[in-house]
Write a protein that binds this ligand. Structure first.
Ligand code: 6GU
Length: 225
């Protein structure tokens, strides 16, 4: 898997990819993430990438020229299976999207800023538009880091214990059950007895029940279908 991210703020993305699971995936050669400074494709002395919007109104819009030059530069070297645009008006991103994207080879992600990008880039170059929730971020960078993490951790070989991605919240439309580790008694708060019983059937039944109870209490919408 290769992910190319186009941004005017590469600094914002360097941290997340330099650490944790993403770093391990890169070290193992399973995934690579390349960050591209859009300003290198900017216009004029100030390498401008945005301009006023037609029709008036506050806020700048990212121009077609620099974005398409950058996209086409990348496309010279390989074919992309998807070109993602991160935007609050995109489809609400979920685990199903992560599962599907994790099976692709080359992904490009465009991070928007200001009022967003010119609609013509969305109409003719972008293939998927995602939002990571109903709130507004200053730019698409943090959203791009979020979805890259969710995708890369699903690629076989990235996680040490491969079954752990299968038991995540949402993989079966249920939230994950509570988990505990040592000590068995912390300041009088005890671990549920069944977990230390050694009865694996009972443990499995308890986890299913707790996952269901938690989902019903916190996310009843997940149980609807
Ligand atoms: Cl993808 N971008 C921005 N700017 N804000 C968001 C978002 C994306 N998803 C939720 N809020």
């Amino acid at each position: 898997m290769r992910i190319d991210i186009i941004t005017v703020l590469p600094e914002l993305l360097e941290g997340p990819f330099a650490h944790s699971i993403l770093k391990r995936a890169e070290d193992k050669g399973i995934a690579e993430v390349h960050i591209h400074q859009l300003r290198n494709y900017g216009v004029g002395k100030h390498q401008q990438v945005d301009d006023y919007q037609y029709g008036g109104g506050a806020g700048m819009v990212m121009q077609c020229g620099p974005l398409v030059d950058c996209i086409e530069d990348l496309q010279k070297d390989r074919e992309y299976d998807a070109i993602l645009y991160m935007t609050p008006d995109g489809k609400r991103y979920d685990q199903g999207d992560a599962n599907q994207l994790s099976m692709l080879g080359n992904l490009m992600i465009i991070c928007g800023h200001y009022k967003g990008i010119d609609q013509r880039v969305r109409d003719h170059w972008v293939t998927h538009e995602y939002s990571i929730g109903d709130y507004v971020l200053s730019g698409g960078e943090l959203a791009a880091a979020v979805i890259s993490d969710s995708i890369i951790r699903l690629i076989p070989g990235v996680l040490n214990d491969e079954t752990s991605a299968l038991t995540d919240s949402f993989q079966d439309d249920l939230l994950a059950p509570p988990v505990y580790t040592r000590p068995e008694d912390f300041r009088g708060h005890k671990v549920p007895e069944v977990l230390t019983s050694g009865n694996f059937k009972a443990i499995e039944a308890w986890r299913e029940e707790e996952a269901y109870k938690r989902t019903k209490a916190r996310r009843p919408d997940l149980l609807e279908d």
